[in-house]
Ligand binder design. Sequence first.
Ligand SMILES: Cc1cc2nc3c(=O)[nH]c(=O)nc-3n(C[C@H](O)[C@H](O)[C@H](O)COP(=O)(O)OP(=O)(O)OC[C@H]3O[C@@H](n4cnc5c(N)ncnc54)[C@H](O)[C@@H]3O)c2cc1C
Length: 416
Amino acid sequence: MIPPEPGGPWPCVVIGGGAAGLLAGIFASRGGAPALVLETRKSPGAKIRVSGGARCNLLPSEIAPEDFHTRGSTNVVRNVLQSWPLAEVRRFFEQELGIALKVEETGKVFPVSDDPREVVLGLLGALADAGGILVGSARVATLQRQGPDGPFEMQLEDGRIVRARRVCLATGGLSLPKTGSDGRGFLFASSLGHSILPLRPALVPLLALEPEWATLAGISLVARADVLRGDKRVDSRQGDFLFTHKGFSGPVVLDVSWHFTGETSADARLAMAWLGDGAPDWEALLSRGGRQTLGGTLREHLPRRLVHVLLARAGLEPEGALAGLSREGRKRLVRELSQCELKLAGDEGYRTAEVTDGGVPLAELRTQTLESRNVPGLHFAGEIVDVCGRIGGYNFLWAWVSGRKAGTAIASANRQ
Ligand SMILES: Cc1cc2nc3c(=O)[nH]c(=O)nc-3n(C[C@H](O)[C@H](O)[C@H](O)COP(=O)(O)OP(=O)(O)OC[C@H]3O[C@@H](n4cnc5c(N)ncnc54)[C@H](O)[C@@H]3O)c2cc1C
């Protein structure tokens, strides 16, 4: 049930009870602007619950500017992130929410319990302690402003009306729509005069054009992914790679996937160096001659089924001896091992994408408050904004920090 208005429009209504919306609600309420958080789903934080392989990789342990992608200013992203340094975000979860955290070898931060429910419950507790209210099964259908300085009016799908002096839009993107993020927030933003930068799935598995790769479904190994445009290497990532029934996935693929979706993808190419347990100098290894077979030599470093596909692509037999390898054959094989071009047929789309690239441009927001430059009183937080991070807790970091920033700004405006 939505409680009655506290003697006039709500000082703060947050649309969306995900990572960003819960933080906005907590910090607005703590600062004296009790927040009403409206959430489509019965229970909030659906994405938190499924994230990080259902263990919730809620933070990274380090950050660098290249960990985030925006079509706007990277300085703005840096300024926002610096407003709540990583160590303090971690302290918030550990000391204020009482969630013990661990850093894994990959540098990703998880709850020690590996239980994402601990994160959702911690956030809901903090929201309630601060005087904020979360209402589930409350999907906002329309958002309007009553005059240039008047309150915002929201109509819920079931007809209920809610009014607010300030609104934080934290409705997420389009990815994994079953968690409640269906893009309605972008419609609200554009109906109030914002532009929306082209949307596309990001951190998304890619589809293979060549059917031979499907035979390797289920194989995972360490690899380096190079993104090429013409002769130039424009990006390079190393990490776990996974063959799927339809193509390619794993953190290293998800991290470079945004180069291959949307309007700029046409001239980008993906080339893999297969590393396995540490690739040797292939050229030197394959030049040493001897009676050992090609298949046997490569299998010492790479999975057997992958070795067979790579040899076939190079036009070579697994039983062929190293000594019998021609210069041309060696060149072709080294290419398959260290610059193997994967032809792509698109991506898996929003159904499996972890985030949405694009959205409300940073340039249309005030950096200090994440308030709209066009619509005073309207703030934004989380994935709805044109910022996305790489795999490893960076997207939650953006959601936590931008949510806190918007909430704190709403509270401060409420005190004036
Ligand atoms: C499978 C998967 C795994 C992931 N794993 C990780 C990970 O381990 N680490 C990481 O950093 N990131 C991860 N991400 C990305 C991360 O979950 C998102 O970046 C983050 O949740 C964005 O937070 P948000 O609050 O902006 O949006 P969301 O979490 O999408 O929340 C938006 C909320 O708004 C609600 N809403 C939308 N429209 C309305 C409306 N009209 N009225 C009311 N409510 C509305 C939705 O129901 C939803 O609850 C993962 C994503 C997916 C899909």
